[in-house]
Design a binder for this molecule. Structure first.
Ligand code: F6R
Length: 605
């Protein structure tokens, strides 16, 4: 949460930072601000609101400087107001912060800061503590301050008397940094750096980086110089632009055939799933007695699909645990439990903490991550990267389907490693998986019809989504998507559960979306649909295109999905539900890419 940017070099820092903040805005968009350090001193310009509001404010001021830091905020401590926006300044110190300082109240007391702070934030307290320790040596002040902090932080710091220099330090919350042709940059993610260079490094925790126009230097907390490990971005800058679409969400939905294809095809060898490039050894897939998937939100919904696949095809027990709840339910994981952590950003703190815990318990681990070099990828034993490329819309779409793609592959590799499938079965499954991009294209080609269907729920206050088994997992994600981007209350319900209470909420004003894609569940699902129709509900049915319906007139609308084997129907059904959510949000005139109160990367617990 919160986007941070720093630039020092030969160019105008203000413009670079404002452009970068726009790219980082998906990390938080309550308020934004920049600080510029120049011979004239430190100038700060900040306000509640979006980056475009900050741009307007900056235009009214004469801001100059080629060294600066910038921030886009997702409020944690203190409301959304100009004073709480970053950067924060105390004495000679100006900083931006991403994370949460848990002991900030103790620090206020310990350093007698009552009445001296101008915001309600924990971040300003850090600036004050740094100022307390600062006697001209930034490294010493940072070291001494960091040792006093409890919590998570990514800090970028300017000192009034350290011209052209930006200092940074972090714990848990991410910072990447890079050297550009005319200076150096840091950011909370590579999206802001990629327009300038493809080479970057992930700052290790509890190290201090100093950026100057001559490059980057890194030290550990003992003051010893540390070599930087460089990485390369493997997507080009055009992938973080809207490419002619009105919103990133639409662009990212449309990219799915390509990115799912990339994720799958790069891991097929001789027609079989292959993780040798990732170094995932077969024995961890063959030896585990159970699997525990940890993830949040959409990534957790991908995990639920994985659970259905693995339990059905491999016959071992799979738990899917919300990472935010993992630690509070006395988790039972051990060396026989393969832990799979799923995360687009690779920075979700709950998932990261749960993964670290599981590893301490001796569990082998694989993470499924989209962002290269992210903390979760580094914290797990093995990592399988999804090839979604940058996902900028806050609502996850292509990350979800690429996570599913990896789970399909893992299931097949696991079946091979355990000797469960014949060669023919493996090849058949993989060839069906390879059809997913073409099937997705078919759904996308019916975008206009899906747009029309979205119009049938746009005025609803509540929408129910019902299905069983794998269909229910699909709907959990479909319902989350609708809620988050359209603000329509929606619930995914296992259709067999309706009678146990929830059916009381179904009236003629409640649109119901039903997904029926699993042959073995079809008759039960169709009778559950009758039950809601008897209560007046208008039902939009998603069903395979070759399915014969005796009385399709009883449905308000029927959308026909291209046919795949049942286990793969998640793909066409999910993409349809993503488009429904998107069009409802679009037609309501909402800010589709930045739904209220959300942020893309959740780095606070
Ligand atoms: C919803 C959404 C979130 C994320 C969740 C986990 O559209 O994007 O529910 O899936 O915050 O994020 P990652 O995958 O980055 O760990």
């Amino acid at each position: 949460m919160c986007g941070i940017i720093g630039y020092t070099g030969k160019s105008d820092a203000k413009d670079i930072m404002l452009d970068a903040l726009e790219l980082l805005e998906y990390r938080g968009y309550d308020s934004a601000g920049i600080a510029l350090l120049s011979k004239e001193g430190t100038q700060i310009c900040k306000r509640a609101g979006r980056v475009k509001d900050l741009r307007d404010l900056c235009a009214q001021k004469n801001l100059v400087g080629s060294c600066g830091i910038g921030h886009t905020r997702w409020a944690t401590h203190g409301g959304v107001c100009d004073e709480n926006a970053h950067p924060h300044r105390f004495g000679k110190v100006t900083l931006i912060h991403n994370g949460i300082i848990e002991n900030y109240r103790e620090l206020v007391e310990r350093y007698h800061l009552q009445g001296k702070l101008s915001s309600e934030t924990d971040s300003e307290v850090v600036a004050a503590v740094l100022e307390h320790f600062y006697t001209g040596d930034p490294y010493s002040a940072i070291r001494r301050t960091v040792l006093k902090l409890k919590g998570t932080f990514a800090l970028a710091i300017l000192f009034d008397d350290q011209p052209e220099k930006i200092y940074a330090v972090r714990n848990v919350s991410p910072i990447v940094a890079a050297v550009t042709t005319d200076g150096a940059m840091l950011s909370s993610d590579v999206a802001a750096i990629v327009p300038f260079t493809a080479d970057y490094f992930v700052m290790p925790e509890f190290h201090v980086v100093c950026l100057s126009k001559d490059g980057a230097q890194m030290f550990d907390l003992a003051g010893d110089h540390v070599e930087i490990e460089w990485l390369k971005v493997d997507w080009d800058v055009s992938r973080s632009s809207k490419g002619g679409y009105p919103f990133f969400m639409e662009k990212e939905i449309m990219e799915q055939p390509k990115v799912v294809g990339d994720t799958v095809l790069s891991r097929i060898r001789n027609g079989k799933p292959d993780f040798s490039k990732e170094g995932v050894p077969d024995h961890i897939l063959a030896d585990c007695q159970r699997i525990c998937v940890i993830a949040c939100g959409t990534a957790m919904h991908a995990g639920l699909v994985g659970k259905s696949l693995i339990q059905a095809m491999i016959g071992i027990h799979v738990d899917v645990v919300m990472a935010s709840e993992f630690m509070y339910n006395d988790p039972v994981v051990d060396s026989d439990t393969l832990v799979i952590a799923i995360s687009q950003s690779g920075e979700t703190i709950d998932t990261l903490e749960a993964l670290k815990f599981a590893r301490k318990c001796g569990s082998p681990s694989i993470s499924v991550v989209n962002v290269k070099g992210a903390s979760i990828a580094r914290a797990s034993e093995y990592v399988i990267y999804t090839c979604a490329g940058p996902e900028i819309a806050v609502a996850s779409t292509k990350a979800y389907t690429t996570q599913l793609a990896v789970l399909y592959l893992l299931t097949a590799r696991m079946a091979m490693a355990r000797g469960l499938w014949s060669e023919e079965e493996t090849l058949g499954y993989m060839s069906e998986l390879s059809r997913v991009p073409e099937v997705m294209e078919k759904v996308l080609s019916q975008k206009d019809e899906i747009h029309r269907l979205a119009g049938t729920i746009i005025n609803a206050r509540d929408v129910f989504m019902i299905g069983r088994g794998l269909d229910y997992s699909i709907l959990l994600e479909g319902s989350l998507k609708l809620k988050e981007v359209s603000y329509i209350h929606s619930e995914a319900y296992a259709s067999g559960e309706l009678k146990h209470g929830t059916i009381a909420l179904i009236t003629e004003d409640t649109p119901v979306i039903a997904v029926v894609t699993q042959e073995k569940l079809k008759s039960k699902e169709l009778s559950n649909i009758r039950e809601v129709q008897s209560r007046g509900a208008r039902v939009l049915l998603l069903i395979k295109e070759d399915e014969k319906l005796e009385d399709d007139k009883r449905f308000a609308n029927v959308f026909r999905l291209p046919v795949m084997e049942d286990a793969f129907m998640v793909m066409p059904a999910s993409i349809t539900l993503q488009l429904i959510a998107y069009f409802v949000s679009l037609d309501k005139g909402l800010d589709v890419d930045k739904p209220r109160n959300l942020a893309k990367v959740v780095t606070v617990e």
